[in-house]
Design a protein around this ligand. Structure first.
Ligand code: IDP
Ligand code: MG
Length: 173
């Protein structure tokens, strides 16, 4: 047996996945990988986060619509969010990509998540239900963009202590 290649990968259930009530189906499919979840949270996606996440596509004609899509702008207030998760384990990146399927939902294998549940909108956006990191460099960049060290169980990347800057923040009333 070859030595395991332990990887981390960012998974987002995109707003269309939440709107279509697919969370359970997607988590069940991903469970086939036997990977572990080391982080999970619901995120209201800011413009800045959307732009940073999709920075590699900033020159594409569909970029403005892609930002609206990942922010869930077309689905109503309840769906302006994504479920962000970090999966970890041997070959995690490819395992999740395989289950997610090809970027274009019409070309994706019909048993993959994108093939089964994705669509292309009339505005030409690939509404493909799920995001999955595509390389170790991407996954590290994306996980550090979406999660703070304290939100991840275990030390998946080196972290350092920093003094909190004085700033207003919410605590439970
Ligand atoms: P990936 O999500 O499979 O890694 P990327 O090329 O990183 O694919 O694109 C990010 C997202 O942008 C896709 O998941 C899809 O929602 C959207 N997208 C990518 N290419 C196109 C396109 O050619 N037309 C419309 N939307 C696209
Ligand atoms: Mg990508």
């Amino acid at each position: 047996m070859s030595t395991p290649d332990i990887q981390n990968t960012l998974v987002l259930i995109k707003p269309d996945g939440l709107k279509k009530s697919l969370t359970g189906n997607i988590l069940t499919k991903l469970a086939e990988t036997r990977l572990i979840i080391v982080g999970a949270k619901v995120v209201s996606v800011s413009r800045e986060l959307a732009e940073q996440h999709y920075i590699h596509l900033k020159d594409k004609p569909f970029f403005p619509e892609l930002l609206n899509y990942i922010q869930g702008k077309m689905y109503g207030e309840e769906y302006k969010r994504v479920l962000a998760m970090v999966y970890r384990g041997d070959g995690a990146i490819q395992k999740v990509r395989d289950i997610a399927g090809s970027t274009n939902p019409e070309e994706a294998d019909s048993t993959s998540i994108r093939g089964a549940y994705g669509r292309i909108t009339t505005k030409g956006v690939f509404e493909n239900v799920i995001h999955a990191s595509s390389s170790t460099a991407d996954s590290e960049r994306e996980i550090k963009l979406w999660f703070k060290p304290a939100e991840i169980v275990g030390n998946i990347y080196p972290a350092k202590k920093a003094m909190a800057e004085a700033h207003e923040h919410f605590v439970w009333a």
